[in-house]
Unconditional design. Sequence first.
Length: 517
Amino acid sequence: MTLGYSLYYVYLLLSCIVTALLGLLALQRRVNKGALAFACLMFSAALFAFCYIFKASSLSVYKALFWLRTAYWGIVCIPVFWYIMICQYTGNEKKLNKQAVYRLFIIPAITLLLQYTNDYHYFYYTNIVLTRPGSLSTIYLEKGGWYWVQLIYSYLLFFSGYYLLLKEWIYTPRAYRGKLSTFLASAAVPLVANLFYHFGKPFMGIDSSPISYGISGMICVWGIYKYGVFNLVPIARDNVFEAMHDGVIVFDMQNRIVDFNAAAVNMIDGIADLVLGCHLPASLEDYFGISNKFLSGVGQQNEVKITLKGSSVYYSCTLFRVLSHKKQLIGKTLVLRNVTEQIRIRERLRSLATLDGLTNIFNRRYFLELGRKELEQSENKAQPISLILFDIDLFKKINDAFGHEAGDTALCTVARVCSNCLRNTDIFARYGGEEFICLLPNTDSQAAFQIAERIRRSLSTTPLNLLNSSIRITASFGVVGTDIANETDLENLLRLADQALYTAKEKGRNRTSLIHL
């Protein structure tokens, strides 16, 4: 029997060392969710075992009570840190705000107070007797009412955490269940030991709970080195979820919000105030262009533009399926990706490909592309179409007399005046150098001639203001048109318009010449 008591001391010492080392190991990984709570749990267990070594060797009831009360600092904290750790590890930490954590420690704080003042009220222990069978001191305690309150509270926290762990295990892919199985096994050992102590027949009344935490710690050591319990899923998965630059909102099958990450809070005003389980408000649907119809179509993609602080921001909204371990659709994940930079690059490339860099109107290449399409449509509908080709008179003299900067100003002025005289359906472009071109859909030659004259008069009455002088710009126009577009190609219209322009120049410039097909 003496050997058995000696082994009890050895087991207590080993449990103290193992749990303390585990606490230090977890502190090194405290950036991971659950690791800090696990460290506090292990330090509490180490204190529990350490105090029981001296409690078991005490020769007086007063010393034994001192170490028992000191051990209670660890005993009452163990279930609380266990519950906090599991909530964090399984992704339920949102329910653990500061106030909630403080409330979890209310009953343990009362328990400690009643422990140290038990001689005045006997609420915790009604009677205390110290015995010493062999070399081990054992306290026989008659438990008071608050003892059972603390015990029930501890079991509630343990079983609540165990429920969350089992739930996570059920819905976790098989590849990641080993990590959760490690926690389930390590948690079962002290729980069984404590239940046996209170409701079984422990040998000589010895509490094996402090030893059980050492065994539990050894299981955790095995799990850390085999599975990386504090390195991978679900901790790493949660860290990635919160660290993502893309906004993520998770919906259930009724389109109720289940979860969202920090990036989504930064993207969507007001989402941080939402209660999980509610539907996306109509105002936010309009804000992001996300309708219930869109949410019902898993796999769809939507690109939206919003204005934040006076600047445009673009988001790509994509829905992904959330499948259960049985491959059943159980929800949807909406990913909001900021694509503003990509959109701006795309628009810049489109601008370079379609617009003239100086006048900001269509360039020659894009005009020819659009012109052929428009001419084909006019032929299919048997509609009239016309073309205006014009250039600035004596443009070289402007460059020679006032410099190329004045020439650039003249080109921009012509583009602006002409744009004001044209319709939205007309295709207007810089054709090259000082030449400009207009394609007028559904416009016969006479109407095109009138438009050209209107542009010519507007140009001649619009002064070009330079640094020290003001000059007048004139232009010569060539117009070609047909009442019904039929087997007319764009190259032929361009050739005839060029002929008409040459005729206008021969007649003295600042005039319009017309060719009717």
